[in-house]
Design a binder for this molecule. Structure first.
Ligand code: ADP
Ligand code: MG
Ligand code: ZN
Length: 482
């Protein structure tokens, strides 16, 4: 029996999301990414003596939105707390966070993985400020950039209810899709707007208790979450199978080598000495605000996926593929609104559109209305399915409508019986030997004749019409040229 047949993985994620406010959480400094070092700082976010933080109202609003979306209980008076630790990028010597009375608790995220919906519990959501950044230069010098200090974050802590690395990646993707649907974060993982600490332990299958966990810090892509957890599960399983014990540790993922390494052990764990932040009043969430936010909550990605299945009869797989990015789903809906048959539109988007985009969020060169127009031309038999692909390619280049491209390039399907019959007759006249063979029973040659006629019509003959006419003419029923 392999180790993984004996053990079950237990995973809980702590996801940090940077909120897309224009200014920081406790001061008016800009949160824009990529500015020159220390160009977006002030006495508050650099922790000068005597300054007072003031909560940015938008931060609370955004955090309440995600708390509602994750079906949490929202605390009307949540309390800020100081989390004390020393680090060069934290000039105050503490981070303002929330501790025993966080903004929200007891929520759920619906995560679609392996075509099954998993309800993963959310333990809590709290507000906090980000720290600055240390830059260790090649020559051995280190620098501190405080632009990021005081950027608003929420931390979403899950229950240990995730059961596989793949599910963990799907959970994180779901969180990203939700914050993007709510427009409260760009969810940009490369820029660190979304990152996660992954906690994992193993236990014998069938058991209910929790084993000793390790935590892998600061994972900033779905793939890394999955890879780090896969590695960590293998590592723990090998130790347990050997009769060893897991040591509670914080580890780091080395993406280049695909391994995790110890960062610190439990004995070195911080005692943060949390205490209520004396400089900030409780964060108040009124009934009126909750009412307003609930009423304005947009359709969430999971609900949208389900709606595509119910309303448009798409498969769960296609529906989730389209909802992989909000922009793609919006495109699909615009095409359907312009008259496109949903299943066909979905296929064209997933095959022709996605193969041309580096990123599914990129705008398409072919507008959804133009895609609907192309599908209409195919449905009405005015262009063939085969030529439609090259029409689409040209639409992509020029941004024109399907009609305009087909017109200009003379690509409309030929559905005129007389002219197709004439082409067939010409092919028959040119190939007497093949005709004789066909008539003698070599039916395989049918394809040859189809090919010849298509060649003469540059692929434009309506295939159904061509087949029917060709059959008749080959057995000598059709019009002949002599
Ligand atoms: P810590 O105090 O180490 O931060 P928490 O109890 O706050 O631990 O939990 C942090 C995260 O770890 C949560 O997402 C939680 O679900 C998860 N977690 C806690 N215990 C375990 C365990 N034994 N195995 C896997 N995950 C766990
Ligand atoms: Mg932790
Ligand atoms: Zn500032």
């Amino acid at each position: 029996m392999s180790a993984m047949d004996r053990y079950e993985a237990v995973i809980g994620l702590e996801v940090h999301v940077q909120l897309a406010t224009a200014t920081k959480i406790f001061c008016g400094c800009s949160t824009a990414f990529g500015a020159p070092a220390n160009s977006q700082i002030c006495p508050v976010c650099t922790g000068q003596p005597g300054v007072l933080p003031v909560l940015n109202g938008r931060v609370l609003r955004f955090a309440a939105m995600i708390a509602l979306a994750l079906r949490c209980e929202i605390r009307r008076r949540s309390i800020f707390a100081r989390k004390n630790y020393f680090y060069p990028d934290l000039p105050k010597g503490y981070q303002i966070s929330q501790y025993d009375r966080p903004l929200a608790e007891h929520g759920t995220v619906d995560v679609l993985c392996d075509e099954t919906m998993h309800a993963i519990g959310v333990t809590r959501i709290h507000l906090e400020e980000d720290a600055g950044k240390c830059i260790h230069a090649a020559g051995g010098d280190s620098f501190v950039d405080l632009n990021r200090a005081g950027v608003p974050l929420i931390e979403i802590v899950s229950e240990p209810e995730i059961r596989s690395p793949q599910q963990a990646a799907a959970y994180m993707r779901t969180i990203r899709d939700i914050v993007r649907a709510l427009n409260i974060s760009d969810g940009n993982m490369e820029q660190g707007s979304l990152r996660c600490d992954a906690n994992v332990s193993l236990r014998p299958r069938g058991e209910q208790g929790l084993g000793t966990k390790t935590e892998v810090k600061n994972l900033n892509s779905f793939r890394f979450v999955q890879k780090a957890l896969e590695y960590e599960i293998e590592r723990q399983a090998a130790i347990l199978a050997d009769g060893g014990q897991i040591v509670q540790q914080t580890r780091l993922f080395d993406a280049d080598r695909g391994v995790t390494r110890v960062m610190r052990e439990k004995e070195e764990a911080h005692d943060y000495r949390y205490f209520p932040e004396p400089d900030l009043p409780p964060a108040l969430v009124s009934e009126a605000l909750l009412g307003e936010l609930s009423a304005a909550l947009p359709e969430l990605p999971t609900a949208r996926i389900q709606r595509y299945v119910d309303q448009h009869q798409l498969s769960l797989l296609d529906a989730s593929e389209l909802n992989r990015e909000r922009e793609l789903a919006d495109y699909f809906e615009a095409a359907v609104a312009a008259g496109a048959q949903p299943k066909r539109a979905a296929n064209w988007i997933m095959v022709e559109l996605l193969s041309r985009l580096d990123d599914a969020r990129q705008p398409s060169n072919v507008s959804p209305q133009h895609l609907a127009g192309l599908l209409e031309l195919i449905a009405s038999g005015k262009v063939s399915g085969k030529l439609a692909k090259s029409i689409f390619a040209k639409m992509w280049e020029s941004g024109e409508s399907a009609e305009a491209v087909a017109e200009r390039e003379n690509l409309f399907q030929q559905s005129d019986e007389g002219s197709i019959a004439a082409e067939i007759a010409a092919v028959i006249a040119e190939n007497p030997k093949q005709v004789a063979d066909y008539r003698a029973g070599k039916e395989k040659l049918f394809g040859f004749f189809v090919g010849q006629v298509m060649k003469r019509t540059r692929g434009k003959a309506n295939p159904q019409l061509l087949n029917a006419l060709l059959k008749k003419q080959l057995i000598g029923e059709g019009p002949s040229l002599d």
